[in-house]
Structures are given as structure tokens and as C-alpha cells.
Write a protein that binds this ligand. Sequence first.
Ligand code: NAI
Ligand code: MG
Length: 507
Amino acid sequence: MSATAETLAISTETREFLSRTHKLFINGQWVDATSGETLGIIDPATEAQISEIQLASTDDVDKAVIAAQAAFKGEWSKINSHQRTKLMLKLADLIDENIQTLAELEVLDNGLPMMLAEYTISGYASDFIRYYAGWCTKIHGDTIPVSPAGVANGESLTYTRREPVGVVGAIIPWNAPIAMLALKLAPALATGCTMVIKPAEITPLTALKVMELVKEAGIPDGVVNLVPGYGEVAGAAISSHPDIKKVSFTGSTAVGQKIVEAALGNLKKVSLELGGKSPVVVFPDADIEAVTMGAIRAAFFLQGQNCMAGTRLFVHQDIFDQVIQNVAGVASQMKIGPGLDPSSQLGPLISADQRSRVMSYVQAGKDEGAELICGGNQLDRKGFFMEPTLFTHAHQDVKIAREEIFGPVLFAQPFGDSDLETIAAEANKSIYGLSGSVWTKDIAVGLKMASLIDSGQVSVNCHAAVDPAIPFGGNKMSGWGREFGQEGLEPYLKTKATTVLFSQPPF
Ligand code: NAI
Ligand code: MG
């Protein structure tokens, strides 16, 4: 009998955490939502309800914004950058110390395999916060040589200061909850902003646990507020709020467009990290072993529920059959099961809805005449499991090659001998431009192709390299702006220019 999540042990602490009905975290306190509404949290591996949350209303978002504004003008503004660094490092350490509970909660909430949950916590979330903790003391303006109104050189001083924008809203998706939380939290804290955060309503658990750690780390009340709730209610209240100065969103392109509309009211800054349909381009000299495992990871990491996923695989015709056979061989052997079972390589999809969406793409692929090489079925057991799936077709004229599926479905297509511009044009035939990879031993081909692919990020001989210092974000309909790295601080800052004249101007 295969293991089910009920038969797999979780810690007493995790069990106790799950048994609560979770409140909202506003001004450093756990408070009841005014809506009176609750939502059951489902383990996607068992379909069982594992916990319950209260849902924030528009009024609750208002309260959170008032708390964030008071903290921004009050205590947080008096804390210097060295102290902010220390508080952030403390938070990062607490996240690492609580890895067991956080990882169990993430697996039960999202479905991903335990090893990946641990990686998104300790290899990613806490390191992300540490990386930005280092920036607190390195954010500064310039002095600029100028001659305003004809004043002689040296007779004036103009300098700029980089100031935090104020209260920031963060709207977070369900596909990598704690990682997404950290990547919004870290630059906001580093720049001295305060926050109102809305996790995805279906995956709020690690965010709720992190709020306990925010408090324990000594981050002042009101600096970080959490309002779990529906997108159309709490998310919309954040994106239209007149006192929120910036919204950072990761999620679907359709909701990204709604956020831009909602932001018009007070012209808040918006950064958007949206969908993708990224190309993986394989030249005939590439290392086939590396390509096989690289293509599997690119397509099926987080069950393919990943904006950077490499979901369009272009392989030179000389090695196409070999690569397809290898990828199908590995994919069909992947162990599918609950994330708590250490042998699982692929967990369930996030929800029944998401799986039906993905299965409708599988049907569309068949209907439009693409060839199904492996997978294509949902599993006949509890949990939203489905097989990793590979289709091939000669052209990208099918829906599965154009639209973001957000599930374990890979589309592959051969290409012949042609110039790099022609190959790149095929790879760029997408409304998206988030990630991409090129596989070859010829460094000139690799670098030239990388320059031709119209994406915010391109990797050579790996797919979607991630590090807090590597800027990340999309071209075309994949988004606005960049997160990560020094550039990731920009949306949280505004520049003030100050000029002093030492003598009066001649006219
Ligand atoms: P979604 O874009 O609706 O959800 C992401 C976040 O936006 C959630 O926190 C949600 O509550 C919030 N939201 C929803 N409607 C909102 C609104 N009107 N105003 C403000 N916030 C709102 O994504 P969904 O519906 O869960 O998934 C649908 C598709 O979106 C997926 O199949 C995938 O293609 C894409 N997606 C992409 C993600 C990425 O990382 N780029 C993450 C999640 C989904
Ligand atoms: Mg939605």
C-alpha cells in the first residue's frame, strides 16, 4: 500500500498549528476578521481539510493599512539601517530554526515534495532575507555636479536621497508560498517600507507561521501585517487602496491586468511577475544526459506549477528522437505521491480546479492532433495527482504550445539546420518572455542564442538559475519590473533631489 498523508508522521507542533482557526495578523496582534467568513484549507495530497482560516474583508485591509502607516511614520522610521539588518538576520535564523514545522506546513498546504519544501525555506526564503539584510546599510543617493540657473561650478550642492515609498501591498500566489513571501518581504524591510501582505487564500499556512517569527524577531508591531483572504475581496482592496504606495504582485497575467487598473486611482507603483511559456532550445552537440534531466526539471519542478517552467522544448532534428525517448523514459518512471513521503518526486497539483484546467489542456492537445508521447492521465486515487505529460507536434499552432498550462505538460518540437535568428524567432513566438535556456557545448552559439531570446532571464546549459542576486522578471506579457538583486530594491524606493545654492544666481 502506498503511503497517504494521514499515515505519514508530522510533528506535534505542526499538528497543533493546524488545529487552530487562524486569525489575521494586524499591528502585531492576532485579530478576528470582521467578515465572519472562514475557509477550510485542503491538503491536495488527500483532499482532506487540515486547517481553517478567517477571511479578511475590505474593512480588515483598511485596518491593516492604518497599522502599517502608523508604523511607517512611527517606530519603524526611527530604527536605523544597522538595526534593520539585525532584525532581518534574526528573522532569517528563526525561519531556519523552524524548518521542520514550516516544511511540513508547506508540503501539506501546497503539495510539493518535502525535499523541495526544505529547499524553498532554507535554500531560498531565509537566504533571500539574509541577502537583502545586507542591503539595508548600502542604499544611498548621489551628489550631482550641477549649475542651476547659471550659478558657477562649486557654488551649489545637489544631492539625492533614496526614501522608502511607504506602505507596500504584496499579493502572493500559491505555487511556492514561503519563497514568494520572502521575496516580497525582504526588499520591503530592507528599504524601510511597511507591508500589508495577502497570501493566496488556498496556501496561507507558512505565511501565518512566519508572522509568529516576525513578532519573535522583534520587528515592531504594524511593520508587517497579514490579511489572508480572497483575491476579489482582500486582493482588490489592496490594489485599489489610496494609502498603499506600491503593489508587488505575482500570479496570473489576467489578474495582473486587473491590478494595474485598480492602481490607477492613486497611481501607485506596480510590479508584476506573471505567466510564462519559456523555451528550452537544444543544439545537436549538447550533452544529452544533462539535457534530459534539465528538461525534466524545467518542465516538472513544482508539478509544472511554476512561472519559469521550460514548457516548450525545441530540439535539433538530429537528436530529437533520442531526447524525446530519454525525457519520456525518465518522466514515466517518476514517483508520484504525497510530498511527505520522502520517495515522492512529483506531488499533487494544488487543487481540483487546477487539475481540471490542466486536464482540459491535455484534451485540447489530443483534439488538435498533437502526439501524446507519455502521461496524460490523472491518477485514480485521492489527491489531485496527474502524470507528467509529454506531447510532440511539428508546429506551435496548437493551444498547448501557446498558453500557460501551469501543470506537468511539456510540448516538444524539432528544428532543422537554420540560422540562429530563425531558431530564435520560433523560440520567441509567445506572448510571454520570462525565462528560457539554451543547451550546447559551443559557447558562441550559447551566448548568441541567449542574446536573441526575448526573455528577462536566459540560462545556458541549465534552466532558470535562481539566486537572490540574479535579477528576475519578465518581458512582454510576463510582467513589469525586476525582483531580486539590487534592481529589486528600486520599486520600494523613491528619489528626493535637494539643491542648496552657496551664492545667488546672476539672473
Ligand atoms: P491568480 O492570479 O488568480 O492568483 C494569484 C494571487 O492573486 C492570489 O493571491 C489571488 O488571491 C490573487 N487575486 C486573484 N484575483 C485578484 C484580484 N481581482 N485582485 C487582486 N488579487 C487577486 O491565479 P489562479 O487563479 O490561482 O491561477 C490561474 C493561473 O494563473 C494558473 O493556472 C497560472 O497559469 C497562473 N499563475 C501564475 C503564477 C506565477 O507564478 N506567475 C502563480 C499563480 C498562478
Ligand atoms: Mg484566479
